[in-house]
Ligand binder design. Sequence first.
Ligand code: ZN
Ligand code: ZN
Length: 236
Amino acid sequence: MIQSLKYKLQSLITLSCLLCRDACQWPDRLCRGCIDSLPRIQHACMLCSEPLPHRDDGHLCGTCQKQGRTFDSCTSAFLYQPPVSDMLQRLKYHDQLAFAHPLASLLANTLQTHYRAEPLPEVILPIPLHRTRLLQRGYNQSTVLARHLSRHMMIPTDHRLLKRERATQPQLALTTHQRRQNVRGTFTCKTPGYHHVALLDDIVTTGATVEELSRLLKRHGVKHVDIWCVARTPPG
Ligand SMILES: [Zn+2]
Ligand SMILES: [Zn+2]
């Protein structure tokens, strides 16, 4: 009864698509045409989800082959290309929090496929921002995404477990080696008490940040760390 009322109400509420302004139905905030045109990853490394040029089941990217990873899996909904890159920039730097809902909901669709035969993590851990950045920006985009994702995946979020102790330089202009140096020792962690966690970031580039956090969590007794991200950058 309540469910059918909910669907009836949904069909009555028409909103405009955040990207093209065409009509779309609540709660999506993106129209079907725009959702279908978002850049999906065709072929990816089976461990870190780095986009690969060819389909090759069971294939690992160069980094995963050479060094392995501290995390156990990585799931990304999209390639970091327009319009997903614009949506994430607007969410992160221009207070356009309305983008969090469709991005989290689309990531949830990808995750539901990924975890069809696998156990879900117990908790979502958003990548923390340093206190200074949090004050400047007013919110942490990963925490905002995590709140939406929590509802879709029915898993709680813990945004107090991890802490960023110093503000790092933006990773964008750094090489892979510099990125690793840049994030080393940046985070601290309370005693987790979890066995299996999902670390949530908006974008994963080389994976230096999520690797550092996975290493830290595993040192504190976490057995299984999965990475969830909205977008993965194409290989540079
Ligand atoms: Zn649209
Ligand atoms: Zn890889």
